[in-house]
Ligand binder design. Structure first.
Ligand SMILES: [Zn+2]
Ligand SMILES: [Zn+2]
Length: 113
């Protein structure tokens, strides 16, 4: 075996290795966190948690899904879970903000004295 042959052999090993890696990745399908089934078609990826949901698991009707799918490709989509989380975070923030505003108003009245 000369140097050329060894190199050739090595190249084959590397190619085989990367091909099998690609194959593995292909088999490693994304699953919908709602029903734990493979999510391939009619799916939406959440922009926040990057989980992939089926249309029927996303809480959207197929009509809404069909009309949204083109828009979502440009704007992105957020799953119900994340929307609820962001919503409660926003609510907590609003409550905190009201408290600060009340405290500020109190301070102003104290200072006016
Ligand atoms: Zn699903
Ligand atoms: Zn999400």
């Amino acid at each position: 075996m000369n140097v050329m042959d060894t190199e050739h052999e090595l190249l084959h090993i590397v190619m085989d290795k990367s091909l099998s890696l690609l194959e593995e990745r292909k088999n490693n399908d994304v699953c919908c966190p709602h029903c734990f089934e493979v999510a391939k078609e009619n799916c939406l990826r959440c922009d926040i948690c990057t989980q992939v949901y089926h249309q029927q698991c996303s809480g959207l009707t197929s009509e809404v899904f069909d009309s949204l799918v083109d828009i979502i490709r440009h704007t992105g989509w957020v799953c119900l879970d994340c929307r609820t989380k962001t919503c409660s975070m926003l609510n907590a923030f609003r409550v905190a903000l009201t408290q600060i505003q009340e405290e500020l108003a109190d301070m102003r009245t104290t200072m006016a004295w």
